[in-house]
Design a protein around this ligand. Structure first.
Ligand SMILES: Cc1cc2nc3c(=O)[nH]c(=O)nc-3n(C[C@H](O)[C@H](O)[C@H](O)COP(=O)(O)OP(=O)(O)OC[C@H]3O[C@@H](n4cnc5c(N)ncnc54)[C@H](O)[C@@H]3O)c2cc1C
Ligand SMILES: *[C@@H]1O[C@H](CO)[C@@H](O)[C@H](O)[C@H]1NC(C)=O
Ligand SMILES: *[C@@H]1O[C@H](CO)[C@@H](O)[C@H](O)[C@H]1NC(C)=O
Ligand SMILES: *[C@@H]1O[C@H](CO)[C@@H](O)[C@H](O)[C@H]1NC(C)=O
Ligand SMILES: *[C@@H]1O[C@H](CO)[C@@H](O)[C@H](O)[C@H]1NC(C)=O
Ligand SMILES: CC(=O)N[C@H]1CO[C@H](CO)[C@@H](O)[C@@H]1O
Length: 559
C-alpha cells in the first residue's frame, strides 16, 4: 500500500513535469510549477526514505514518462499555451521564415477559416485562428512546427475545409496552417498503380488527371475535399463498397510531427511487415498527431463500362434486404446507394434531373467492368433479385453517359435537401448530418427504427446511405428552435448503432462533437490509450487541440 501511494506521488510529479509548457510562463504558472516541484521533491525524498526502509528499488531520477499503459484524463494537468505576446513573437518568426506574403492576419481570412456553413458543430464567436500561414514545402512545415512547439502555439492543419464534425475548429485560437500552396501531383507510377501527391490536391482534380489514362482513386468524399484532409478523417464515399475507404487506399505518408521532426511511414510496395503500422496511425487522426505533407495512394483501373440501375421499393426494409442478398450472392457492385422517398422528392424538385423517378425508397446500383455483355448479364441478375425482394420499379441506364446522369442524382442529394428546406421551410435552415455505420445484417433494423423516429419528430430529413458498407446519413434540417429535437434524434441514432455493434461515425470522423460516443463505442481504456499516444507524440498538445479525445481536464465538456 505504501508503495502504491509512493508511486502515485512520483507519477503525478513526473506527469506534470513532462507536460508543463516549456514556453515562456506567467508568474502564476511559475509559482504553480514551483509548488509542484517542491511537492514532487518532498514526495521524492519521502519515497527514497520509504524505499530504503521497505527495501523498494529506487526510481530512476531521469524517468519522465508516466509508468502506465494508458493516460486517463484525471492524470494530467491543463495544457499551457502561449500567451498573446509570446504567440505573436512566434508568428513574427514564422512570417520571417516563409515570407510576409505567405501569412495572413486579415480578419476576413481568419473568419473564413473558422468553419463552413454545412458543419454539424459550429465554433463559438472567439474560436477562430489568429494567423493563417501558407507553407510551400515539407521543410517549411517542419520549420513552422519547430517554432510553434517552442512557443506552445496551437496549430490546426487545413486542406479542403469540407469536413463537417467541427474537425478544424480553432477551439484554442492560434495558427491555422493551410496547405493550399502544396497542391502538386509529384509522381504517377502507372505500372505500380500508385500516385504520390501533396496534401492540397483535390480528389476530383486527381481523378481528372488520372482519367485520360484510364485510372482513378478510390475515395470520393464531399466535392472540394483534398488528400490531406481525406487522410485526416479517413473518408470514403460512394466507391468504398468496391475500392475501400481511405484506410485501405494509402500506401505511405510523409508526416511532420508536433516538434518539427519529419518521418516517412513506409516504403512504396503494396505490402510490408516492417514494424508498427505508422501509416494506419495517422489515417483518421484528424491532424492531432502530425501534418501530412506527402501521400502515396493506390490507383485503380477505372471500369471501362459502368451501368447504373435505379430500383424502387415500397419500403426501406425491402431495399436493405436486397443489399444483403446482393452481398450474399457475391455480386460485386461498384457502389450501392440508398435514397429514401424524401430524398427522391427533393432531387426531383431540384429540377436537375432529366427523368422523374417514383417518390419511394430507391436503390442506385452501380456495376462496372471491361465488357458490356458481362454487364448486361449481371444487370439481368440484379433485376431478378430485386423482383424477388418486392421491387416496384427497375430502370437501367443504356450507356455510360446515361449512367453518369443517374449518378449525379446521388451527388446532388445533399445540396438539394438544403435548397429545398431553405425554400419551403425556413430561409435560415440549419443542417445536422448523422453518419453511423453498422454490420450489414443490422442495417435494415437500424435504418427502419431511425426513420420511424424521424417521421414522428416532424423535422424534415432525407436519408442517404452508402448501404454497401452499412453506412447511412440522415440529413436532418432544423429551424433554430428545433436544435434540441435534432440533437436527440442524432444521439438516439448513434446509441442505436452502437447497441447494434456499429460505429458513431462511418466516414466523417469524431471532431469535437462525437468524443463522448467514441468512449461509448470503444470503452474508456481505448480512448485513454489514444490519449497516451497523443501525449507521447505531442507532449505540449499543440496539434489540432480538443479533437477526437479530451486533452484538457478543465475543458467544460464532460467527455
Ligand atoms: C456535401 C458534402 C458531402 C460529403 N460527402 C462525404 C462522403 O460521401 N464521404 C466522406 O467520407 N465524407 C464526406 N464529406 C465530408 C468531407 O468531404 C470529408 O470529411 C473530407 O475527407 C474532408 O477533406 P478536406 O480536405 O475538406 O479536409 P479538412 O476539412 O480540411 O480537414 C479534415 C481534418 O483533417 C485535418 N487535416 C487537414 N489537412 C491535414 C493534413 N495535411 N495533415 C493532417 N491533418 C490534416 C484537419 O485538421 C481536420 O481535422 C462530405 C462533405 C460535404 C460538405
Ligand atoms: C512567399 O510567397 C511568394 C508568392 O506568394 C513566393 O514567391 C515566395 O517564394 C514565398 N516564400 C518566401 C520565403 O517568401
Ligand atoms: C497499415 O494500415 C493501413 C491503414 O489502416 C492499411 O491500409 C495497411 O494495409 C496497413 N498495413 C501496411 C503494411 O501498410
Ligand atoms: C417531380 O416534381 C414535380 C415538381 O417539380 C412534380 O410536378 C412531379 O409530379 C414530380 N414527379 C414525381 C414522379 O413525383
Ligand atoms: C479497463 O481496464 C480495467 C483493468 O485496468 C478493467 O478492469 C476494465 O474492465 C476495463 N474497462 C473496459 C471498459 O474495458
Ligand atoms: C425479404 C425478402 O423478400 N428477401 C428475398 C430477397 O430475394 C431473395 C432471392 O433473390 C430471397 O431469397 C429473399 O427471401
Amino acid at each position: 500500500m505504501f508503495r502504491n501511494q509512493f508511486l502515485r506521488g512520483i507519477r503525478s510529479f513526473s506527469t506534470s513535469h513532462t507536460l508543463r509548457s516549456q514556453g515562456k510562463k506567467s508568474i502564476r504558472q511559475i509559482l504553480k510549477d514551483n509548488r509542484q516541484i517542491i511537492l514532487g521533491s518532498s514526495l521524492f525524498g519521502l519515497g527514497i526514505t520509504l524505499g530504503f526502509t521497505f527495501g523498494i528499488t529506487r526510481p530512476n531520477p531521469d524517468w519522465k514518462f508516466p509508468e502506465s499503459s494508458t493516460t486517463p484524463i484525471d492524470n494530467i494537468i491543463p495544457p499551457q499555451y502561449a500567451f498573446r505576446a509570446d504567440m505573436f513573437d512566434g508568428f513574427n518568426k514564422i512570417s520571417k521564415l516563409i515570407g510576409e506574403s505567405n501569412v495572413s492576419y486579415d480578419n476576413d481570412d481568419l473568419n473564413s477559416f473558422a468553419t463552413n456553413s454545412y458543419s454539424t458543430h459550429l465554433p463559438k464567436d472567439n474560436q477562430k485562428p489568429k494567423m493563417i500561414c501558407y507553407p510551400r514545402s515539407t521543410e517549411e512545415v517542419s520549420q513552422i512546427m519547430k517554432i510553434a512547439n517552442e512557443y506552445s502555439i496551437p496549430v490546426v492543419p487545413y486542406s479542403g475545409g469540407t469536413s463537417i464534425e467541427g474537425n478544424f475548429i480553432s477551439t484554442q485560437p492560434g495558427l491555422l496552417l493551410s496547405l493550399s500552396n502544396m497542391d502538386s501531383i509529384l509522381q504517377f507510377n502507372k505500372d505500380d498503380l500508385d500516385v504520390t501527391v501533396q496534401p492540397a490536391v483535390g480528389w476530383q482534380d486527381l481523378n481528372a488527371y488520372l482519367e485520360p489514362e484510364g485510372f482513378m482513386i478510390g475515395p470520393d468524399p464531399g466535392p472540394g475535399g483534398q488528400i490531406g484532409g481525406m487522410i485526416g478523417t479517413s473518408c470514403s464515399g460512394t466507391n468504398a463498397a468496391r475500392f475501400g475507404t481511405m484506410k485501405e487506399n494509402v500506401l505511405s505518408l510523409i508526416v511532420v510531427l508536433a516538434d518539427g521532426t519529419i518521418i516517412k511511414t513506409k516504403n512504396r510496395p503494396r505490402k510490408s511487415s516492417a514494424g508498427y503500422n505508422l501509416t494506419g496511425l495517422f489515417i483518421g487522426s484528424e491532424g492531432t498527431l502530425g501534418i501530412v505533407t506527402e501521400a502515396t495512394l493506390k490507383v485503380h483501373v477505372k471500369p471501362k463500362f459502368e451501368r447504373v440501375s435505379v430500383v424502387s421499393f415500397p419500403k426501406i426494409v425491402d431495399a436493405t434486404n436486397m443489399v444483403t442478398k446482393l452481398i450474399q450472392e457475391d455480386i460485386v457492385v461498384n457502389a450501392v446507394e440508398l435514397l429514401d422517398d424524401n430524398m427522391i422528392d427533393v432531387i426531383n424538385k431540384s429540377g436537375q434531373l432529366n427523368k422523374k423517378w417514383k417518390v419511394t425508397p430507391t436503390l442506385l446500383v452501380k456495376i462496372g467492368g471491361s465488357e458490356e455483355s458481362v454487364l448486361s448479364k449481371l444487370t439481368k441478375k440484379i433485376e431478378d433479385i430485386s423482383i424477388e425482394n418486392n421491387s416496384i420499379g427497375f430502370e437501367s441506364a443504356g450507356s455510360n453517359k446515361e449512367s453518369e446522369d443517374l449518378w449525379t442524382a446521388r451527388k446532388i442529394g445533399f445540396w438539394s435537401t438544403i435548397e429545398y428546406a431553405k425554400q419551403h421551410i425556413d430561409p435560415n435552415i440549419k443542417v445536422w448530418v448523422t453518419d453511423v455505420a453498422v454490420p450489414i445484417s443490422k442495417l435494415s433494423k437500424v435504418i427502419e427504427e431511425t426513420s420511424e423516429e424521424v417521421s414522428k419528430s416532424k423535422v424534415f430529413c432525407t436519408i442517404l446511405g452508402h448501404v454497401g458498407d452499412g453506412n447511412f446519413h440522415c440529413i436532418l434540417t432544423y429551424k433554430p428552435d428545433e436544435y434540441e429535437k435534432v440533437k436527440t434524434i442524432s444521439e438516439n441514432t448513434v446509441r442505436r448503432a452502437i447497441l447494434n455493434e456499429g460505429t458513431c461515425t462511418g466516414e466523417h470522423g469524431i471532431g469535437v462533437g462525437k468524443r463522448k460516443y467514441l468512449i461509448e463505442e470503444l470503452g474508456i481504456n481505448s480512448t485513454d490509450l489514444m490519449r497516451k499516444l497523443k501525449f507521447a507524440m505531442d507532449p505540449k498538445r499543440i496539434l489540432n487541440p480538443d479533437k477526437i479525445i479530451k486533452i484538457d481536464p478543465e475543458d467544460p465538456n464532460k467527455f
